[in-house]
Design a protein around this ligand. Sequence first.
Ligand SMILES: [Fe+2]
Length: 395
Amino acid sequence: MTVAWRQLSGDAKVYYDVVDHGVDLSAYGHQKRVTKRNRHLKLNTCFSHLDRLQPDTKYFFLIADGDSVSRRYYFKTAPAKPKDFTFIAGGDTKSSNQPSAYAHGRRSNRMVAKLRPLFVLFVGDFTSNSEKAERWVEWFNDWNEDTCSVDGRMYPIIPVHGNHENPNGLMDLKNLFDTPESVYYTIDFCGDFLRVFVLNTELSAKMMNVKISGMDQKWKAQTKWLKKTLKKSGHFQFRAAMYHKPLRPHTKGKHTPEQVYRDWAPLFAKYKLSLSFDGDSHMHKITYPLVPDPQGEDGFRRDDKCGTMYIGEGSWGASPRRADALRGWTMAHGSFNQFKLIHAKQDRFLIYTVMTDNEAEVGSLQEGQEFEFPQGIKLFDTPGKGIAIPYPFSE
Ligand SMILES: [Fe+2]
């Protein structure tokens, strides 16, 4: 687990244990110094990498320096063997200079605290203007305050690079979340149950419509890595991908990234990618399982047995756009603020679309209730399909 924070002055350590010692620093069995730090945007971001953790275990921790001690937080590690869990996937938040979208984003944040997922897949676009340090400070403050449950539980975030992270030399995620520099990597859950491919659509100069030296090589290197790593991932029961720009946006006026479609969609099909999470368009969509087909509608055809289910498209907070670019293979769509809550069972996923507008009226789950639904929650009801969309899919 990587613990990250902004250190204002002096030096701090993380104190942690499987037993809750509250704010009694001396009682914690383990402590770890800062293992990495940087001055990106002059934020003095610190990381402490906690390793050799036990699987499926609660770790209580706090951060302390000579002047102060943080609140006592805790996180849960993932199981090492197949075991049911839940996670959240979504993206696209805005900063306080866009008050309505910003307020919606904070509602979605608070819903995380109420649902207690094992982790959050965030598919990019964190701030309105990422070149400004204060926008990032605001985002992290909100995330810390809003998504943390009342009992101090925090939820690990797995971040994707969005187009709003393109300023600052494309270095925000490396420096603020400690991702690999080009922001593509894999993360595995529950032994051989699930491998998530975190990808970076913004490495395509064609996508960005700009000339940046070395971008073509970076794009090619990523696609080569994706192919090689997918090839070696056949032993996982399920494979998922997450990235920012949808291969086929479901709102008119959004650019269709042909290079991404051409390079990635055949690999997704060949190596049987189960689920794909995207953002950017600010709306809700779930497709039927799809494989690329030049003869199919807009380059895809439905294949319930072998296809990838495409899930998006990023209205965590950003103002919803119209869902007006629908295809025959679009299963569900809508224009509202939302994220996906996924119940990962041993042999399947159940995908729920959580409409986050009425967050203030929604109750909270307690520890151990992760597969229940809090009172007042609004789940999108897909006509003819209901609130739970299963993968593997069958009618
Ligand atoms: Fe975007």
